[in-house]
Design a protein around this ligand. Structure first.
Ligand code: P6P
Length: 337
């Protein structure tokens, strides 16, 4: 099958033989995410009609209860994964605890768990800025046939078998990896089909874009402050361009295509950083490394961090390899001075 105009479904079938585990189940899992993405995309794209549809918490003109879109997205992804009987457990930013899916014995036989941020950056919806869904997939580590436990979800990021995101932007894309590179698929909304539009996506080794909320500058660690001043200094290919959308998936996606770095360091408001390790940083770090980029907390490779709790936060620096290394140099120099 030529890569040109290959659909996501054809791609999954063609590549499942390259997946080292029983690939049929993972293929079905990616397909169920594809379905949920289309359902959520439809709702996100209607968000601009709040005056007609009613805002969250109200009832719309059909008398239906209007949900917050992140609650809606969470329910749709969970519903799709449960109904298709594919996973044995789910963790979500929208759920306090993980969900053990044990409605019948068959679910206990499933080997995969999904962790997700169903609608990251949802506050941007009210101002018509792109948002995203982020997902991370592991094989369970506790015995198949028993209810999942917290240990299944607290695996290091390097144990992921797949990760991806959906970006609901000027076009809707699904970008994912199963450990054999990163591929991007664009939705043709007219027929509801994702087509391979960005094969083998890779971060340029260096870039000239940095993404950070500079409003927090005074609270950043000294190494980050020094790096930001480095970006702004008139020298060589600098000053760099500052681009910050306020939506991780959007900033990450642009940086992967053009070259760049995203930083969410610690600050007084977020002493451990803001982003969640399990369902934001780990999946984006897996994608970044598969796309020849890097992801660090400023000192340690994100994928090597040992998780301690479901919703833990970490500092996150991710993007072009040489740019992440430069931040680590500044952090190390500041720590030793
Ligand atoms: P701030 C959205 O809430 C998010 O989790 C990321 O998508 C985004 O990059 C970041 O937080 C924005 O946070 O504090 O700069 O508004």
């Amino acid at each position: 099958m030529s890569q040109k105009h290959q659909t996501l479904g054809e791609f999954i079938i063609e590549h499942q033989s390259s997946f080292k585990y029983t690939s049929g189940e993972l293929s079905r899992l990616i397909n169920s995410i594809r379905l949920a993405a289309k359902v959520v995309n439809y709702e996100v794209n209607k968000a601009g009609l709040v005056d007609i549809l009613g805002t969250a918490g109200e009832t719309n003109i059909q008398g239906e209860h209007q949900q917050k879109l992140d609650v809606y997205a969470n329910e749709k992804f969970i519903q799709t994964l449960v109904n298709r009987n594919i996973v044995c457990g789910i963790a979500s930013e929208e759920e306090d605890d993980f969900i053990a899916i044990n409605s019948n014995d068959q679910n206990h036989q499933n080997k995969y768990i999904v962790l997700m941020d169903p609608l990251d950056g949802s506050s941007n919806i009210d101002v018509n800025v792109s948002v995203g869904t982020i997902f991370s997939i592991y094989r369970r580590v506790t015995p198949v046939g028993t209810p999942v436990q917290q240990d299944d979800f607290l695996q290091k990021g390097r144990e992921q078998v797949a990760a991806g995101y959906i970006i609901y932007g000027t076009s809707t894309m699904l970008v994912y990896t199963t450990g054999d590179g990163v591929n991007g698929f664009t939705l043709n909304p007219a027929i509801g089909t994702f087509y391979l539009s960005h094969p083998q996506m890779q971060f340029p080794e260096s870039g000239t874009i940095y993404s950070v909320n500079e409003g927090n500058y005074s609270h950043f660690p000294q190494g980050i402050k020094n790096y930001i001043k480095y970006c702004q200094k008139e020298e060589g290919d600098r000053p760099y361009t500052s681009r910050y959308i306020g939506s991780l998936v959007s900033d990450f996606h642009r940086n992967m295509i053009k070259g760049g770095i995203y930083l969410y360091p610690t600050s007084s408001k977020n002493p451990n950083g803001k982003l969640r390790l399990l369902y934001e940083c780990n999946p984006m770090a897996f994608i970044a490394e598969q796309a020849h980029g890097n992801a660090s907390d400023g000192h340690t490779r994100i994928l090597d961090i040992t998780p301690t709790e479901l919703h833990q936060r970490v500092p996150f620096i991710c993007g072009s390899k040489n740019m992440v290394h430069k931040v680590e140099e500044f952090m190390s120099a500041a720590a030793s001075s």
